[in-house]
Write a protein that binds this ligand. Structure first.
Ligand code: NAD
Length: 464
């Protein structure tokens, strides 16, 4: 019997190639399919082909994806803003660069080994197979790039189903990534989407028996839907990140960081500061320094009331027409004209103001004053509402920061920086545009999209 490992590996590869030969989509496939079923069948074949390939080839595929999305960045960022009417072009460009360069690749699934008196244990991160990924309107390019790199690095195939108002952009991104995979010698159908994603096709993806894992990036309702699917599901849900500023903070720096963090992409990142909670004694200074950035407009109480009436409906819901819009557009509709240099409007808000409690996703930021840091921590925990998403603190008191981090229990906790530092933009660590607070995986990466498999060799291979 043949025992040479290289020969055996060659035989396995040949068998797998024969098994998959002649199946799956033809080379001219562009990653978009008429039905969910077609995409599933193609994805299953592509997944088998991918795991029959070497890791070196997988690394080439990932490198090709990174290059391809960087090459089309300007065009795709413009398309995202044009189709969804959300966010800012220059911030979409930053988002795509971040996803292309700081999403971990194949290195993220490096195996673990443990040797001891009883021999050797090897832990490998194996693919789950075929993943259904539901993507949000807010990041129609970034999520597709980030999920593709992570899921394929882990050896999976993925079917995307985009938000109905972002289908042109997200399906185009799927096509670009698909092309990059095939150009690098990867299997067609490895990333896919139906040509016209809808809520009905999302339902088909969720219920399809051959899809092994669901990943939902969006609001609370869709996270709850995938969690009820009976499949392994990863839920990356909504946030309402508070930024807490105490009396020990470097106030000018805090003001600059909050202005940048809350206004990036007009506030549509789930991680953006959505309300500021500031200790009374430094509140005036914070507001003054925010104004001094030259990008922050302070609304008078009367203007704040008009803006609130515009962006919050009588049912106390966010008026979707203003999500992700430039601050000038929102204020103009409230009868307030401001210059093009502004990125954000702030106002003094009472604790029960709706914009403190609702995830507004627009560059209108309420500021709530509190007596001291303890009151601030307690209030911030309440307004975060158990999303376990993101919180930000500006302070130089380590005990205050520790107390807040312990109390709020968020997936991301940023100290003395803008919120986006927590997703790796100007902060350490990898990026993720699928931050799984509800299901606990945190900032997802390739390893998240795996099954752990253990191999134990008894009484051998401890060599010391
Ligand atoms: P959304 O929940 O409306 O949509 C997300 C996805 O779910 C879309 O593909 C949509 O088509 C699908 N979907 C929604 N309801 C569905 C239903 N009933 N049946 C089938 N599919 C359904 O969210 P959105 O408006 O696109 O994105 C903004 C939200 O996403 C915000 O709440 C934001 O905080 C959150 N978000 C979270 C993260 C994170 O990493 N945690 C990242 C980005 C956005």
């Amino acid at each position: 019997m043949e025992t040479n490992p290289e020969v055996i590996a060659g035989v396995i590869k040949k068998v797998l190639e024969e098994l998959t030969a002649g199946q799956g989509p033809k080379q001219e496939c562009d990653g978009l399919f008429p039905t969910v079923n077609d995409a599933v069948e193609a994805g299953l074949v592509a997944h088998k082909k991918l795991i029959a390939m070497s890791l070196e080839r997988r690394r080439d595929i990932i490198a090709s994806i990174r290059n391809a999305v960087l090459n089309v960045n300007e065009e795709m960022s413009a398309m995202a803003v044009e189709e969804t009417h959300l966010g800012r072009y220059e911030d979409k460009v930053r988002e795509n660069i971040l996803c292309a360069t700081k999403t971990p690749g194949v290195e993220d699934i490096e195996p673990r080994a443990l040797s001891g008196d009883n021999g050797l244990m090897l832990l490998e991160y194996a693919p789950v197979g075929l993943i259904g990924a539901l993507t949000p309107i807010t990041n129609p390019t970034g999520t597709v790039i980030n999920n593709s790199i992570g899921m394929i690095s882990a050896g999976n195939a993925v079917i995307f189903n985009a938000h109905p108002s972002a289908t042109r952009t997200s399906t185009r991104m799927v096509q670009i990534i698909h092309r990059a995979i095939v150009d690098a010698g990867g299997p067609p159908g490895l990333v896919s989407s139906v040509r016209t994603p809808t809520l009905e096709t999302a339902k088909e993806v969720i219920e399809h028996p051959k899809i092994n894992m669901l990943v939902a990036t969006g609001g609370r309702p869709i996270v709850n839907i995938v969690l009820r699917s009976g499949k392994k599901a990863i839920g990356a849900g909504a946030g309402n990140p508070p930024a807490l500023v105490d009396e020990t903070a470097t106030i000018r720096k805090a003001a600059q960081n909050i202005a940048s963090g809350a206004s990036i992409n007009n506030g549509i990142f789930c991680t953006c500061e959505k309300e500021v909670i500031v200790v009374e004694e430094v509140a005036d200074a914070l507001v003054k320094f925010m104004q001094e950035t030259g990008r922050v407009y302070l609304l008078t109480p009367e203007e704040a009331e008009r803006v609130t009436k515009l962006v919050v409906t009588p049912e106390r819901k966010i008026n979707g027409a203003y999500i992700g819009k430039n601050v000038q557009v929102i204020l103009r509709d409230a009868g307030i004209e401001i210059g093009d240099e502004y990125r954000l409007a702030i106002f003094d808000a009472p604790a029960d103001h709706p914009l403190v409690w609702l995830e507004q996703m627009m560059p209108i930021l309420p500021i709530v004053r509190v007596k001291d840091v303890n009151e601030g921590i307690a209030f911030a925990v309440k307004v975060e509402q158990g999303n376990r998403h993101t919180a930000i603190m500006h302070s130089t008191n380590v005990e205050h920061m520790t107390a807040f981090a312990r109390a709020i229990q968020t997936t991301i906790f940023v100290k003395n920086g803008p919120s986006f530092a927590g997703i790796g933009l100007g902060g350490e660590g990898h990026t993720s545009f699928t931050i799984a607070g509800p299901t606990g995986e945190g900032l997802t990466s390739a390893r998240t999209f795996t099954r752990q498999r253990r191999c134990t060799l008894v009484e051998s291979f401890r060599i010391i």
